[in-house]
Design a protein around this ligand. Structure first.
Ligand code: GDP
Length: 173
């Protein structure tokens, strides 16, 4: 089945986004083992029509060096020659500028010609006006990777339908 992966800084809200996105959908974890070190989890959705891939978070200062160093080779091993991979959802916090690591990931995905779906989450932390002005500021930065980023909130469900539609479209399902 086609795969859509999810990536973002640790604590950006990736788990919450995946949970919100897949609520009321039949979801089965097909592999990935919980453990002390970071790992990649695979979730099968709707009788394996699509697989969602939860990539480890990056860039968290409190994460031990050895684990931080393991991120790139682990993700590289996953990405390389992955012809089932339809897109990567890159998750950003609406209140924060994209970090150097966010931009490196975006550049990396683009150089691999992997479709990027940008999701700007925790939108509920800002008023509607503030959301609009933050998005206007983020747009030029994100435009080379995704001209139509999705505003998202795990708390209110904002952007859930839109992001799911984009995931399905990218996966061709
Ligand atoms: P992860 O480390 O990227 O998987 O992040 P989590 O999903 O665990 O979320 C990190 C923290 O942000 C938690 O305290 C969440 O409750 C909070 N959070 C995540 N998404 C949202 C959101 O859309 N709105 C708000 N207000 N809080 C959120």
């Amino acid at each position: 089945p086609p795969e859509v992966a999810f990536a973002g800084r640790s604590n950006v809200g990736k788990s919450s986004l995946i949970n919100t996105l897949t609520r009321r959908k039949k979801l089965v974890r097909v592999s990935g083992t919980p453990g002390r070190t970071q790992h990649i989890n695979f979730f099968s959705i709707n009788q394996d029509a699509i697989r969602l891939v939860d990539l480890p978070g990056y860039g968290y200062a409190k994460v031990p060096k050895a684990i931080r160093a393991a991120w790139r080779p682990m993700v590289e091993a996953y990405l390389s020659g992955r012809d089932t991979l339809a897109a990567v959802v890159v998750i950003l916090d609406i209140r924060r500028e994209p970090t150097g690591e966010d931009l490196m990931l975006l550049d990396w995905l683009r150089s691999l010609q992997i479709t990027v779906l940008a999701a700007v989450t925790k939108a509920d932390k800002l008023s509607n006006n503030q959301q609009a002005s933050r998005l206007a500021k983020l747009r030029p930065t994100l435009a080379p990777f995704d001209p139509t980023p999705t505003l998202f909130s795990a708390s209110t469900g904002q952007g859930r339908e839109e992001l799911w539609a984009r995931v399905c479209e990218a996966a061709g399902v």
